[in-house]
Write a protein that binds this ligand. Structure first.
Ligand code: ZN
Length: 154
């Protein structure tokens, strides 16, 4: 398990150092703001959906800790080019991986960087940092209401 933890950590650090899809999206069709007062993470997620609803572009900005930045960066890579249905599935998997007390039921090693989210489960105090990007994405797709982790369950 130690090797896996190192692998997760390397992936998180790499995404924190060079976040993917960073910046404002000028032609965004939706956006939302996410705030995690516990840590001070404060991000914006921008999406562009084509006529079919597919998210063909996505980006984010903000000031956030390493886990939040990395998780949001991984999120943008995981959902870019995906249909709404695929994104809902991916988001459910991510939230399951981050919050479930059970071992994940899908193959972590086949999931690439996405699997690094599982490593965050070792740090229960940081789970809201890691889920913030995913909740903010959901909001951006549903009308853009501000996400505040203090107003959510668990
Ligand atoms: Zn944080």
């Amino acid at each position: 398990m130690d090797d896996l933890s190192d692998l997760y950590q390397d992936i998180i650090l790499s995404h924190n150092k060079r976040p993917r899809n960073q910046g404002e999206l000028e032609n965004a069709t939706g956006s939302a703001e996410g705030y995690n007062p516990l840590c001070g993470d404060h991000i914006h997620v921008y999406v562009h959906q084509d006529d079919s609803g597919k998210v063909d572009d996505i980006s984010f900005t903000g000031k956030a800790c390493a886990i939040c930045t990395a998780s949001t960066s991984i999120m943008t890579e995981a959902v870019k080019g995906k249909s709404r249905e695929e994104i809902d599935t991916k988001a459910a998997e991510a939230l399951e991986m981050l919050t479930s007390k059970e071992e994940p039921t899908f193959d972590l090693l086949e999931q690439g960087d996405f699997a690094a989210l599982a490593g965050v489960r070792q740090f229960p105090a940081r789970i809201k940092c890691a889920t913030l990007g995913w909740h903010t994405l959901e909001s951006a797709l549903k009308g853009g209401e501000m996400v505040n982790t203090e107003k959510e369950e668990g």
